[in-house]
Design a protein around this ligand. Structure first.
Ligand code: XMP
Ligand code: MG
Length: 173
C-alpha cells in the first residue's frame, strides 16, 4: 500500500493477540455483563474483532470525544461529541481504545465516566505506545506494546486514510 514503509503486525498476528486479550476478559468478566465502550473512530475494528472472541454476555456502547490535550490535567478537558445512551451506575465498564499515546483522551474520558458511579472501569487498548506520560493512565488489557512511531491500519488513520488496512503498518516513504 502506498505510504506504508513497514508492516508491524499482520492479520494473523493481530488475530491471535485479540484472541488472547479476549480470553482474559472473558475469564475476568464471567457473569458480570460488562459494558464495552468503544471510543470512535479508531477503535471500531478492534472492538468488532474483540467482541467476537468474547464468550460471555456483554453490551456495547460508543462515544466520540475530542481532547484538548496538554492544557490542563483536570476533568472537563474533553468535549464529548457523542455520548453513550446507557446508564453506567453500578456497571462494570471497559473502555476500548485504539491506542494509548499521550493518554490525554483516555484520562479525560475516564474522569467523565467515573463521575457516573460505575462499579468498575478498566481500559483495554489495541496498542500501548512507549512514551513518557504526564497523566496517570495505564492499560489494563492490551494487544501490543509499540515504539514511538506513527502507525496506521486496523482502525487507525492518517488524515482519515488507511483505517481499512487489515494489518498495522508504519507510515513513511
Ligand atoms: P492520546 O493518547 O494522545 O491519543 O490522547 C489520542 C488519539 O490520537 C490518535 N493517535 C494515533 N493515531 N497513529 C494513529 O493513527 C498513531 O500512531 C497515533 N497515536 C495517537 C488515536 O486516535 C488516539 O486515540
Ligand atoms: Mg482514537
Amino acid at each position: 500500500m502506498d505510504g506504508i514503509s513497514r508492516i508491524l503486525y499482520d492479520q494473523a498476528t493481530i488475530a491471535s493477540a485479540v484472541k488472547r486479550v479476549g480470553a482474559i476478559i472473558s475469564e475476568e468478566y464471567r457473569d458480570k455483563n460488562p459494558l464495552l465502550i468503544g471510543v470512535l473512530k479508531g477503535s471500531f475494528i478492534f472492538m468488532a474483532d474483540l467482541v467476537r472472541v468474547l464468550d460471555i454476555p456483554c453490551e456495547m456502547e460508543f462515544m466520540v470525544a475530542k481532547s484538548y490535550g496538554q492544557r490542563t490535567q483536570s476533568s472537563g478537558v474533553v468535549e464529548i461529541l457523542k455520548d453513550i445512551n446507557t446508564d453506567i451506575n453500578g456497571r462494570d465498564v471497559i473502555i476500548i481504545e485504539d491506542i494509548l499515546d499521550t493518554a490525554n483522551t483516555l484520562f479525560s474520558i475516564t474522569e467523565v465516566l467515573k463521575a457516573r458511579n460505575p462499579a468498575s472501569i478498566k481500559i483495554c487498548v489495541f496498542l500501548d505506545k512507549n512514551i513518557e506520560r504526564k497523566v496517570p493512565v495505564t492499560a489494563d488489557y492490551k494487544c501490543f506494546d509499540i515504539e514511538n512511531e506513527f502507525v496506521v491500519g486496523y482502525g487507525l488513520d492518517y488524515a482519515e486514510k488507511y483505517r481499512n488496512l487489515p494489518y498495522l503498518g508504519v507510515l513513511g516513504v
